[in-house]
Design a protein around this ligand. Structure first.
Ligand SMILES: [Zn+2]
Ligand SMILES: [Zn+2]
Length: 143
C-alpha cells in the first residue's frame, strides 16, 4: 500500500476537530481493556497510524492522561473520542469510528481478551491476545 492509499481523514461528531493521518494498515485492533471500556463505553477500536498526523481545531482537543505512559484525545465540545498516543511516541492510534471512510477495513487483532466482559463477542477470525500475551509482544507497559 502506498502512503496515498492509507492517508485518511476523520473528524469528531460535531466537526470541531478534524484530522488527517497516514494509517499503518487498513485494519483495526479491538481492545477490550478496562480503560477502553470506561473511555469508549465499550471495546476500543483503533487504527494505528504514524505520528505525523495533522489536526485542525486542536484548541477543541483535550488530552487526558489515562495512564502514566499514554494520553487519550477527545473533543471538548461533543465528547467524541478521537486519538490515542503513548508518551514515548511509539504508538499513535485513531478511534476507528471517527474515520470518514472505512472501506476495505478488517479487524487485525483483539487484545486484552481476558478483560472482555461476557455480554458481547465478535465473530471474526482475527488473533486474540490476552493482556499477558499482548504485553509480552510489545515488550513493556501495563494498561
Ligand atoms: Zn466535536
Ligand atoms: Zn484498551
Amino acid at each position: 500500500m502506498t502512503p496515498e492509499q492509507t492517508k485518511r481523514s476523520g473528524q469528531c461528531l460535531c466537526g470541531a476537530v478534524k484530522y488527517q493521518a497516514t494509517l499503518l494498515e487498513e485494519g483495526v485492533h479491538v481492545c477490550h481493556c478496562t480503560l477502553c471500556q470506561k473511555w469508549h463505553g465499550g471495546p476500543g477500536m483503533a487504527a494505528g497510524c504514524d505520528g505525523d498526523w495533522s489536526i485542525q481545531g486542536e484548541e477543541n482537543l483535550t488530552w487526558y492522561a489515562s495512564s502514566d505512559w499514554a494520553k487519550r484525545g477527545f473533543c471538548k465540545t461533543c465528547g467524541s473520542h478521537l486519538l490515542f498516543k503513548t508518551n514515548d511516541a511509539s504508538y499513535h492510534g485513531i478511534a476507528a469510528g471517527t474515520l470518514d471512510n472505512l472501506d476495505g477495513f478488517k479487524i487485525e487483532s483483539h487484545i486484552f481478551v481476558d478483560k472482555k466482559p461476557s455480554y458481547y463477542d465478535f465473530n471474526d477470525n482475527a488473533p486474540r491476545l490476552t493482556e499477558e500475551e499482548f504485553l509480552k509482544m510489545v515488550g513493556e507497559h501495563t494498561s
